[in-house]
Design a protein around this ligand. Sequence first.
Ligand code: ASP
Length: 320
Amino acid sequence: MNRTNRAVLLIHGGAGTLLRSKMDEVQEAKYRGALQAILLAGEAQLAAGAAALDVVVEAVRQLEECELFNAGKGAVYTAAATHELDACVMDGSNLRAGAVAGLSRTRNPVLAAQAVLRHSKHVMFVGAAADALAASHGLEQVAPDWFGTTQRLEQLQRAQLTDAGALLDHDGQAPIVEQSKFGTVGAVALDLQGHLAAATSTGGMTNKAVGRVGDSPLIGAGCYANDATVAVSCTGTGEAFMRSCAAFDVSALMAYQGLSVQAAAEQVVLEKLPKLGGAGGLIALAANGEFSLPFNTAGMYRGHVTLGNAPVVAIYRDES
Ligand code: ASP
């Protein structure tokens, strides 16, 4: 049954110190073009009656394939100059979920998370066993160095030279504003059947300790979907999002306090997270089709499309 009479897709490509003054025009056009193309593809899927879960998985798969973002190809490096990739998917219609952490061989981590949801009675797998599970379901495996790019390697080298600790993504050119760069990707969708879904995928943080896992693959922290309330995907300082159960908190504020999606999402991002030192943002889409994309950084790569309307893409704070 269609409860909303409309279908919606929201995506993000990370938040951070994204300032017009620092952004190169060509690079900016690439980001906008990538977001726009992914929204258009998702809109076509929704129009054809696709399930929200399939739409968010495909949107995140495309974001993973795009080197501009810190997920899949183009993922950041660990302190050991390796890659450890995390992803999560959740189906709001039945609260089923699949998650993976510490992948190093599966080309598209979001497809591995989807395979866990589809084929396993468990919810989360880590490391080599997670890659093996993905491979056993026919998902493409790549050499561990396939995910890297020259730009990401330079990012790691800068981080290690400056002894800056674990860094977040979207650091642009030096001088780096190290504490405010996030490149995780995510999508949330409402389909014509009235169902919600969410997906999040990340390479984590540049120079992160080997074995460190952030919020992105954790249900309720970096990803959550429930038809009764909202679908949420987060990006930012993972530890703060974990400690505040950020994605679930948006849902809880709506369920227990009756807040609108905007009020709930803004309370989490603008009031609660900063108290824990949490920088970043999230995309949240309610079951009634209302949505919110708040962030407490200078910008967030983001976009949304409602069936039958032109996609809207934005980066900076002063854009709608
Ligand atoms: N939340 C991610 C993490 O902590 C980082 C990001 O959003 O870029 O792994």
